[in-house]
Design a protein around this ligand. Structure first.
Ligand code: DCP
Ligand code: CA
Length: 382
């Protein structure tokens, strides 16, 4: 039977990137702290994620670091490196886009692949996903789990069941034996509050949700109806594709606070490079450009402008950003973080052929294969 939907989810994502970048961490309990899912550097003492080696000790995402240290005193605790996570995420999505005609981003480290209509091209989706897993691990260096099924919700459950480093398929006919006996917290959409309400009413398994459709609807209203559809393996409204993304942004916390224009501007160019090629990859035009500066004393300054021309190269974006930078830069204060954002999108764009070729090269060989000379210069001084 042809199973057209795959869901992929990178395993222990932030921790896997750390283990890839520093091979001495491989096979060890690694706990990433100091960064939140939006990539803000935080000092709130919470675990962002833990490698599977650390999870054996009970360490989990969202747990206070002090608690993790009690459970896993020999763990290796590292701060987050969000721009590395972003680059790795983009490399993974580039691979997915090479294989699947339709890729739906759910998150930085997960998404759906839709192979509907590809029966002739890819008669065996499981074999194809094996190849995708191999490409991700050999080209990006981090493990990914993939679930395959007839709907998005079942593919997501399959992916979860196969973790870590899994490849698991659920056929529609398997739903009663594989999915229905699972406890309700395995069903996407059942959070802690919903779980308490359902369990109080003796609804413990996913199958119980199907059997008690009316009671679930009475207890939870619309949410209950959506859960019933999910429990039956049918994609509800949560799985419909979202519209255009609202913005694309990149930010970097400088390795050392700086007042040096040449240094800061070279970092802004690097960010413009990343934002521009993401815009190009998504085939979008932006009508608004914005910059964020955070000073050493943690005060933030932001400035944006509407642009009338379409951006055809990273340098054009950089010129817009530098203009904004010069308007808000307080030369007396050291800069701690810089960010570049574009928003107000329209589909389609008119780019230089040269930029399209650069994007192809970046997709094939990684985003660092070709960069502005100024960006390369800045790497030597950072
Ligand atoms: N994350 C975070 N804080 C959380 C949850 C997640 O900062 N409370 C970050 C770190 C994770 C990344 O988001 O690496 C992806 O989250 P997932 O829930 O997919 O968890 P992992 O990828 O770490 O593990 P897995 O998917 O293997 O369970
Ligand atoms: Ca993940």
């Amino acid at each position: 039977m042809f199973l057209p939907i795959a869901h992929f989810d990178l395993d222990a994502f932030f921790a896997s990137v750390e283990q890839k970048l520093n091979p001495t961490l491989r096979g060890k309990p690694v706990i990433v702290c100091g960064v939140d899912p939006q990539g803000h550097n935080v000092n709130r003492g919470v675990v962002a994620t833990a490698s599977y080696e650390a999870r054996v000790f009970g360490v989990k995402s969202g747990m206070p670091v002090w608690q993790a240290r009690i459970l896993c005193p020999r763990g290796i605790y590292v701060g987050g490196n969000f721009s590395a996570y972003q680059t790795h995420s983009e490399m993974v999505f580039e691979i997915m886009e090479k294989f699947a005609p339709k890729v739906q981003h759910s998150n930085m480290d997960e998404g759906f692949l839709d192979f509907s209509g590809c029966e002739d091209l890819y008669p065996n989706i499981k074999r194809l996903c094996k190849k995708i897993k191999y490409e991700v691990v050999s080209n990006v260096g981090i493990p990914v789990s993939i679930g395959i099924s007839t709907s998005r919700v079942l593919a997501k459950i399959a992916c979860q069941l196969g973790k870590p480093n899994g490849l698991f398929a659920i056929k529609q006919s398997d739903i009663k034996i594989i999915v229905h006996p699972l406890l309700i917290d395995n069903l996407p959409g059942v959070g802690p509050k919903t779980q308490i309400i359902l369990e109080k009413n003796h609804i413990k398994t996913i199958g119980d949700i199907v059997k008690n459709k009316n009671m679930v609807a009475k207890l939870l209203g619309k949410h209950g109806n959506n859960l019933y559809l999910s429990a039956s393996g049918i994609d509800n409204i949560w799985y419909q594709e979202k519209g255009l993304v609202k913005s694309i942004s990149r930010s970097i916390t400088l390795s050392e606070n700086s007042k040096n224009f040449a240094h800061i501007s070279s970092i802004l160019l690097k960010l413009c490079d990343e934002v521009f090629y993401k815009l190009l990859a998504d085939k979008l035009t932006a009508k608004c450009v914005a910059i964020t500066l955070r000073y050493a004393n943690f005060t933030d300054k932001q400035k944006s402008k509407v642009i009338t021309c379409s951006l055809t190269s990273p340098v054009e974006l950089y010129h817009q950003v530098i203009e904004l930078f010069n308007q808000i830069w307080d030369k007396q204060n050291k800069v701690r973080l810089v960010g570049v954002k574009v928003r107000d999108f329209k589909r389609g764009a008119n780019y230089h052929k040269r930029e399209e070729i650069i994007l192809i090269l970046k997709r094939k060989y990684g985003s660092k294969i070709i960069q502005s000379a100024l960006v390369l210069d800045s790497h030597q001084t950072i």
